[in-house]
Design a protein. Structure first.
Length: 68
């Protein structure tokens, strides 16, 4: 499904990711995850053209990378 309008403004460090956006996000390939430092309780997800590190319990966005 499509993400809700305005979701891009909500993908910013320090924001809390909506559960709908989190559920629409994708896991990164294991080969990429193996190259990253994974902090306990967090995951690295792909939301369209953004890669985000999010604290799983709260949805707090810790880091955002944008692909070009």
């Amino acid at each position: 499904g499509e993400l809700p309008p305005g979701w891009q403004k909500k993908i910013a460090r320090g924001e809390v990711m909506d559960s709908e956006i989190y559920e629409s996000s994708l896991d990164l390939p294991q080969g990429i995850l193996n190259q990253l430092e994974i902090i306990d309780g967090t995951s690295v997800r792909q939301v369209e053209d953004h890669i985000v590190r999010v604290r799983d319990a709260s949805g707090l966005i810790l880091d955002v990378l944008t692909q070009n």
